[in-house]
Design a protein around this ligand. Sequence first.
Ligand code: DHK
Length: 147
Amino acid sequence: MSKPIHVLNGPNLNRLGKREPEIYGKTTLAEVERLCEEAAGPRGIVFRQTNSESQLIDWIHEAIDGSAALLINPAAFTFYSMAVMDALKMYPHPMIEFHISNVHKREKMYHQSLVSPVATAVMAGTGARGYAHAIRILREMLEDGRD
Ligand code: DHK
């Protein structure tokens, strides 16, 4: 039985659709989940969002043993949480760091990710539709034996 792809979302992403639509678009988190489910196909996903750093870390730990690959939007934790970075350092499978917005075109505090050095790949600026593309890329990485 193949393991699912875990999709983890950090703080304030529960507000997608209402939150700064000029930056994050109007797609809701529920719609993002549906896009990911469709893209994952038979492998399936575990899709989660939390505003809590400790909960996100606990879910990363679960993903270490329970997932084939990880798609994570750590949101603001990306830029200051060494605890999230340390948890992701333990992740042994393909992992994509994902941001809806192009963080490099935004305020300076969004330019230095603690996660990027431990990620397999980074995607930013595609809009919410990019979640589905990231899932497809992880599926291809797994098929190529990148795991
Ligand atoms: C989401 C957030 O909540 C911000 O803190 C990040 C990221 C950007 C995104 O674009 O998905 O800086």
